[in-house]
Design a protein around this ligand. Structure first.
Ligand SMILES: [Mn+2]
Length: 205
């Protein structure tokens, strides 16, 4: 999918894929939400699975969509307050900024983030984004964001823990995001948890 009309041009191209443990009711959710000057992407894993997990993830997704242009630390704090009556959730957020050609990232809990560089000479060829332990809605770690420069063609992948950690093996930043997402789920989804992958390629302006 091409997301985010941005002055008429999309800032990212993205795709997603997932499987739910309980039919039709995934506790995992994603957000792709444009705002003036950028786009917010996020993957959320509501604790456990089933309807209560889905409710927590959905509440978080709504809050992120409604405030997409806010600083990522403020977004996590807002979700923390909004999810207190739910089971809680873990999440990773990335906010792309077109003017600065940057991505600001934060993660609470184990939603994996990997940034694949389009430049084949990049060393290292990818950057893993480590979240801090915690549960949004229950217990937050100190909130610290990380900022990365991004170039057109760089690919961000966010994956819940229903995807085995080895999913980054053999990935190429050249592939279509939707194909990458489907291939990761097909090869690395566990049978024991909801699984969701979001792949976003930064196109630049
Ligand atoms: Mn999970």
């Amino acid at each position: 999918m091409i997301g985010t009309p941005h002055n008429g041009r999309p800032l990212i191209e993205w795709g997603s894929a997932g499987v739910a443990l309980e039919k039709e009711t995934s506790g995992d959710a994603y957000v792709v939400a444009p705002f003036p000057g950028g786009v917010l992407v996020a993957v959320i894993d509501g604790l456990g699975h089933g309807a209560d997990a889905a409710a927590a993830a959905r509440d978080a997704a709504r809050l992120l969509e409604a405030h997409a242009g806010d600083a990522v630390t403020d977004l996590v704090q807002r979700c923390h307050e909004g999810l207190r009556k739910t089971r809680g959730a873990v999440m990773s957020l990335a906010s792309f900024n077109s003017r600065r050609s940057s991505m600001t990232w934060i993660g609470v809990g184990n939603v994996e983030g990997v940034l694949l560089f389009a430049n084949p000479a990049a060393e290292p060829p990818r950057d893993a984004l480590a979240g801090r332990a915690g549960v949004v809605g229950y217990q937050l770690p100190p909130l610290r964001e990380a900022v990365r420069a991004v170039s057109p063609g760089d690919v961000l992948i966010l994956a819940t823990d229903g995807i085995r950690r080895e999913f980054t093996a053999g990935l190429s930043a050249q592939d279509r995001p939707q194909d990458m997402a489907e291939s990761i789920v097909a090869r690395y989804a566990k049978e024991s948890d909801d699984a969701l992958v979001l792949v976003a390629r930064y196109l630049g302006v």
